[in-house]
Design a protein. Structure first.
Length: 416
């Protein structure tokens, strides 16, 4: 469903605090995409929109409506944002009362997300699914130490932890024709920086667009040897083609390897093609497909002590922190056979996901962030000693969130 606001709408763009203007033009349209699954007795929905976040109140309202009117239990929903900084904000994300335009736009997004799920449910058909992974070198750790200044801040740290795994869940009909792809990769969708005033789905939108166009036979890709291939009759899809749902993995400390300046979208399209080609390669290499499914969902909220940095310029050499309100983090586990989708309502650091993946009893574990509610940065315990942008803007005290997330998911997985 297209959630692009009308041209000229006075809607502020989200993600950069020093950008006060609303969007000035539309570069590419933004969307909410949905996949609905059924195992014959229960149903689940995987939803992602090309916005910066999912406000907690919006999640509560939308999940209740989906449960009430469509019969899909809230614990079987994953509603994620791609963390796009080139799209409008929603109510519940900014300080102060929202404008009438933001209120109206939020209502449109909720309505369109519900409609996407409704249509997906109406189109349920016998299907099979498989899981695969690849690698894409599109992200880099963004917590860099600047020795001349004596502090850590936003930059490029090639030595920092960075997971290059691109994961794909592929859903096809029983003849093998793709219906949908669920794509997961850990990177901030912020190729377009704070100078950009053009509406865009950024890296996430470019990736989904490439994959969907590929299966419609509109683009070419390359095999492992570098030869360019067309989509071929075995994967070409007539009509509307499959939906490609992109989600952000544990990207709290991950930025794109390069970013555009101003309104030059060259890098967006280039990096989107790299992720898109790898998504297609992984999807087309998945041959172990199952037509038998078991869906199970569970959610819980963990609460950690809060803190905030004392006022002063950022960045600086010395920081002080004071106690603040406790912070709730929603954990959402959706099991599709032996694949676990672990949703977290915040921006999770790489080490937390790596620890969960190592200890998970499931054959495959994907972490979906910005899911089922709004939360800020969730650093791993080892990251708090290097005080960077993410640490001073996080609302968490060290020593709680990492173990709370990992142990919380392991307990839910054990119950399954």
């Amino acid at each position: 469903m297209d959630i692009t606001p009308v041209p000229g709408a006075a809607l502020p763009m989200s993600g950069y605090g020093n950008r006060t203007q609303g969007f000035q033009r539309i570069h590419d349209h933004i969307y909410v995409r949905a996949i609905v699954l059924s195992d014959g007795s229960s149903q689940a929905a995987l939803i992602a929109w090309e916005l910066i976040a999912v406000p907690t109140q919006v999640w509560a309202e939308l999940s209740q409506r989906i449960t009430k009117e469509l019969g899909i239990p809230a614990e079987n929903l994953l509603l994620a944002a791609v963390h796009d900084h080139g799209a409008p904000s929603l109510t519940g994300l900014d300080e102060g009362p929202p404008s009438s335009g933001t209120i109206a736009y939020t209502a449109k997004v909720e309505k369109d997300a519900f409609e996407a799920v409704r249509q997906a449910k109406a189109n349920l058909q016998p299907a099979q699914f498989g899981f695969g992974t690849g690698n894409a070198y599109v992200n880099i750790n963004r917590r860099e130490f600047f020795p001349q200044m004596g502090w850590w801040w936003l930059g490029y740290n090639a030595e920092g932890p960075s997971d290059k795994t691109l994961a794909v869940l592929k859903f096809s009909d029983l003849s093998g024709k793709p219906i949908a792809l669920f794509i997961n990769y850990p990177v901030h969708a912020v190729v377009m920086g704070p100078d950009n005033l053009a509406l865009t789905g950024d890296l996430a939108g470019a990736t989904s667009r490439y994959v969907e166009d590929y299966y419609r036979g509109r683009v070419a890709t390359r095999d492992d040897a570098g030869w360019e291939l067309d989509s071929g009759p075995e994967v070409k899809v007539d009509g509307d083609g499959p939906v490609a749902v992109w989600t952000s993995g544990a990207a709290g400390d991950q930025n794109p390897i390069a970013m555009d300046r101003g309104e030059d979208f060259t890098m967006v399209e280039g990096l989107g093609r790299i992720l898109g080609e790898e998504s297609v390669r992984v999807a087309n290499s998945i041959v172990a497909m199952s037509s038998q499914a078991s869906l199970k969902g569970a959610q819980r909220v963990i609460t950690c002590p809060g803190r905030r940095v004392t006022p002063g310029p950022l960045p600086r050499r010395e920081y002080a922190f004071e106690d603040a309100d406790p912070v709730d983090i929603r954990l959402s586990l959706l099991q599709v056979n032996e694949v676990a989708l672990a949703g977290v309502s915040g921006e999770v650091f790489t080490h937390i996901y790596q620890r969960l993946k190592q200890q998970s009893p499931f054959q495959a574990t994907m972490m979906v962030t910005h899911a089922n509610g709004y939360g800020d940065y969730i650093p791993s315990d080892d990251a708090f000693g290097q005080i960077s942008y993410e640490i001073v803007t996080s609302e968490l005290k060290p020593g709680c969130a990492e173990s709370g997330i990992v142990n919380g998911f392991l307990q839910m997985m054990g119950a399954h």
